[in-house]
Design a protein around this ligand. Structure first.
Ligand SMILES: O=C(O)[C@H](O)COP(=O)(O)O
Length: 236
């Protein structure tokens, strides 16, 4: 049985401030670091050893991974960072307060922007300083790869090819892989792995700092899915 563990980053400064974050590169809060530490300790208590880890190019996910791997005494394992595991791009909402945006546009509209499968938030203009074309970490990408906004659907359209080309082949040749990423890039992957419908995925939430385990057969079909916090610690 193979195991894929997904870990959403711990609380970030903009989670705490209740701001739309997306591709903005904000760090963890002290609470977020504690959550990452607790995630690593929980994985250690359950005897996890990872062959390889994947993360995004955003520091809240990278630091969560570092802290968890440090707790596991496994900072030596191969780690790949890739932009395709980034959070969904929040377009022109990036940086806005979520509650104030709901007051302005209504709860229903904000819920559609946050949780619908196919409706993206309003796009950034090309000359907006928040546009990823101004960020050197994306300098190697073609213009048509750089989003000005993303729905969950278009997020899945960049996560899935990465899963197929990189993560799935690694899992076929190993036992246990960790992905430290973001609420919506992980929801996209969960939707794919579990065959969740466009409607049902709107109700799926991923909490910060909680290892989510997928047990997979050799064909990478999901046999079981659970949060590790819900399983008894062996020998405890
Ligand atoms: O990008 C963000 O703001 C969060 O990481 C996820 O936000 P959401 O819960 O609004 O999708």
């Amino acid at each position: 049985m193979k195991r894929l563990v997904m870990l959403r980053h711990g609380q970030s400064v903009w989670n705490l401030e209740n701001r739309f974050t997306g591709w903005h590169d904000v760090d963890l809060t002290d609470q977020g670091r504690d959550e990452a530490r607790a995630a690593g300790q929980l994985l250690r208590a359950h005897g996890y050893r990872f062959d390889m880890a994947y993360t995004s190019v955003l520091k809240r996910a990278i630091r969560t991974l570092w802290i968890a791997l440090d707790e596991l005494d496994a900072m030596w394992i191969p780690v790949i960072k890739d932009w395709r595991l980034n959070e969904r791009h929040y377009g022109a909402l990036t940086g806005l307060n979520k509650a104030e945006t709901a007051e302005k546009y209504g709860d229903d509209q904000v819920h559609v922007w946050r949780r619908s499968y196919a409706t993206p938030p309003p796009a950034l203009s090309d000359d907006d300083e928040r546009h990823p074309r101004f960020d050197p970490r994306y300098a190697g990408l073609a213009a048509d790869q750089l989003p000005a906004t993303e729905s969950l659907e278009t997020t899945l359209q960049r996560v899935l090819p990465y899963w197929e080309s990189d993560i799935a082949p690694t899992l076929r040749n190993s036992d246990t892989v960790l992905i430290a990423a973001h609420g919506n890039s992980l929801r996209a992957l969960i939707k794919h792995l579990q065959g969740i419908s466009d409607e049902e995925i709107t109700g799926v939430e991923v909490p910060t700092g909680q290892p989510l385990v997928f047990e997979l057969d050799d064909q990478l079909r999901v046999q079981d899915e659970y949060y590790l916090r819900d399983r008894a610690v062996p020998g405890a």
